[in-house]
Unconditional design. Structure first.
Length: 366
């Protein structure tokens, strides 16, 4: 059996690594403009797009400047023309491979984001996992704000969207948006971000609903929980409910839910949702028996069913399918056709059956 000299192998490996590392193109952070956020608006007066790029400030006092950023704006007919004009204003070459999020202004979102999206998707250095969002008002105005937080605006915006997609709203990134925009039996949606001047902070205030590439409506914070449990399984959510019988608010925490879409016929579908959670902040309620707990569960279920019916009706009236009912029907019926589905969808009977199961340690049998 032949033996291998480990020392020789180690020396050869280190030499190979040195050679390969010499082939990799590297850039010094001080020599480039790292664009981490971008925004696009529609200039109706000049009939062209307005783009904004945001980059953090780096330098010798990096700790001091860690919260600061610089923004550049330019107008153009295409994404590429905007990028070229922005480069004429920056003292360093622009690097877009670090892009974390892209915002669309409200006016642009209502006009349609397809052309801008084409330009974004054609850029190979832009990752498909970056976040998209709608800026309430103009994207440029929001991105030029100096937010009072211990991080740059792009990082803050990135973490804001990430934390909300874990608790309040479904996740949707560039890849997801492209999939729902081009796929059959579904429509995209995006979070809406608002700048709060009183607190110098950003908030997720709504979910923008799209028909094809155009924003046609939105749902607000008080509908986040309902929309999310109808759309996907959830984990560790919180829900607040006003119980009229006791004339008080209660909170359900540690919520886990399971969702399943099923079809009885081509014209009749159901969304089955099972919700389990822990009853908290119940000093005023005092649920001491199983009967009282059951009454509360039924009251919550009734309210959510009524609101779900209204939400589904809204979607059908707008002829949009953010809950992906069409995709579910396509997977169920072999002869499903997109054209036929679009014609039948507004009149399809879709109901939500929501079951609530609450847990509380001090409840006794009666």
């Amino acid at each position: 059996m032949k033996t291998i000299n480990f020392r020789c192998v180690l020396i050869a490996s280190m030499g190979l690594i040195t050679i390969l590392s010499g082939c990799i193109q590297t850039e010094i952070i001080d020599d480039i403009e790292l664009v981490m956020s971008a925004g696009y608006d529609w200039d109706s007066t000049n009939q062209q797009y307005m783009g904004t790029a945001v980059a953090p400030l780096y330098g010798s006092s990096e700790e001091k400047n860690m919260r600061q950023h610089v923004s550049y704006s330019a107008e153009g007919k295409t994404v590429e023309s905007i990028r070229s004009k922005i480069e004429t204003k920056t003292p360093k070459p622009v690097e877009q491979g670090t892009l974390l999020n892209i915002l669309f202004g409200e006016e642009l979102a209502k006009k349609g984001v397809q052309d801008i999206l084409y330009g974004i998707n054609e850029n190979p250095v832009i990752g498909r996992g970056l976040h998209l969002a709608i800026a309430q008002g103009e994207a440029q105005s929001l991105l030029k704000q100096q937010i009072n937080v211990e991080q740059t605006l792009p990082r803050y915006l990135d973490r804001l969207i990430k934390s909300n997609t874990k608790k309040n709203i479904p996740r949707i990134n560039l890849h997801d948006f492209n999939y729902r925009l081009t796929g059959e039996g579904m429509d995209p949606f995006l979070p809406i971000v608002q700048y709060d001047p009183d607190e110098s902070s950003l908030n997720i205030t709504g979910i923008a609903l799209f028909k094809d590439d155009k924003m046609v409506d939105q749902i607000h914070y008080d509908q986040f929980f309902l929309f999310t449990i109808l759309y996907q399984p959830t984990k560790d959510n919180t829900y607040q409910f006003f119980w009229e019988e006791k004339d008080t608010f209660i909170t359900i925490s540690s919520i886990n839910s399971k969702e399943q879409k099923r079809w009885i016929t081509k014209d009749k579908g159901e969304i089955e949702v099972n919700v389990t959670g822990i009853l908290t902040e119940t000093n005023k309620v005092k649920l001491n028996t199983i009967k009282e707990k059951n009454r509360l569960e039924q009251a919550i279920s009734k309210k959510l069913k009524e609101e779900a019916a209204q939400l589904i009706t809204l979607f059908q009236e707008l002829e949009i399918d953010p809950l992906m009912m069409g995709t579910s029907a396509k997977a169920t019926f072999r002869d499903w056709r997109a054209k036929t589905w679009k014609e039948r969808y507004p009149d399809t009977d879709i109901k939500a059956n929501i079951t609530i199961n609450l847990e509380q340690s001090n409840i006794t049998e009666e």
